[in-house]
Design a binder for this molecule. Sequence first.
Ligand SMILES: *Cc1c(COP(=O)(O)O)cnc(C)c1O
Length: 434
Amino acid sequence: MNSTSISALPLNSHLSYTADGLALDGVALAPLAQQHQTPLFVYSKSAMQDALTAYQAGFEGRQVSICYAMKANSSLAVLQVFAQAGCGFDIVSGGELERALAVGAAPNRIIFSGVGKTRAEMRRALQVGIGCFNVESVAELNVLNEVALAMGTQAPISLRVNPNVDAKTHPYISTGLKGNKFGIAHEEVLQTYQRAAQLPGLRVVGIDCHIGSQITEVEPYLDAMDRILDLVLAIETAGIALAHIDFGGGLGIDYQGDTPPRANELWQSLFARLDARGFGQRHFMIEPGRSLVGNAGVCLTEVLYLKDGEHKNFCIVDAAMNDLPRPAMYEAYHRIVEVQPRARGAAMYDVVGPVCESGDWLGRDRSLTVQSGDYLAVLSAGAYCMSMSSNYNTRSRAAELMIAEGQTHLIRQREPLSDLWQREHLLPSATSAA
Ligand SMILES: *Cc1c(COP(=O)(O)O)cnc(C)c1O
């Protein structure tokens, strides 16, 4: 067995090397890849439940609603795990609303975020009775008011506040700074609440913020919290009651030795601040995504070719940027390990996919002991991988498995190629000019 691979594994109690190679919850992965082909996502239900339990452990004696941010991984069986565990959902589109409803989510536990909600999406969300719209601009506030009035109803709203704090994460996943498109500027929040309170189609129920993703420190949360609590005081002094305070999501995971606080530790610090300021017994909401699913999944891929370049060696695999877009999009790091480690022959490779783009890489300068036909596992592939996947290069999206109570379940069939052009139409055949 190859000791570098083992030491490279994240602190993940669900992944281990056994005599049969890499295993998830004790289930060997190589036979799964053989049976279901690659690329193949494999998730652990118990890893998702453990991640959820870490949050819940920090919430004992408190009133906190957890709304899973389903854009991280919106596969139905994943949603089902969280719905059955009592979570609500944070959605960002009408499509996500229908997915949540498809697994039987309680509509009143769904909150709707995002800067570009359409009138049709608002109408559908009002029709099914979602719990809250997280409104991100005055223009949206006015449109939502109109839509609700036309339906003879009131829309429950919270304003998403941009607290202008630096989440110290990648600029593409930082959302709480002044230059971001998200939320309502701190200075304009009070007057916007006063406007919202006057609109007859709206009912103010809360306040919310979400400062970014893959946050690995406590300080940005504390900074944002202080700023939100200042606003809560000002808004309530103005006579507008806020039934809940939503602190968003964003807690990071260990991709490459990152050391984010554990969910319960983070919340211990946050509740210390909330208690000190007299807010400890309020109703809170949170919207975690990545931290609930990111390290619960791997993507298995087969080594197609090893190619020696002049400056670099390439390990060409059958997974690509359409399956795992994070490296191409954010230069994100995913650990990549051998499923069945070989004893010798380690070399440095760039692990790349077959897509015709130089950006199609999964990992750079990785020491691997591989031959063509071997399987590799891309780790931390539970969040923002399948849900971001595409059909670029007319590649069908991967299959997904979930290991639950020792059994392996196919939760998404590999997309048949013919599905990819099933709703396309040819032009009518050219008619003769004669
Ligand atoms: C993406 C998103 C989340 C979840 O972020 P994670 O980093 O995955 O926890 C929560 N709230 C909103 C509004 C989001 O856009």
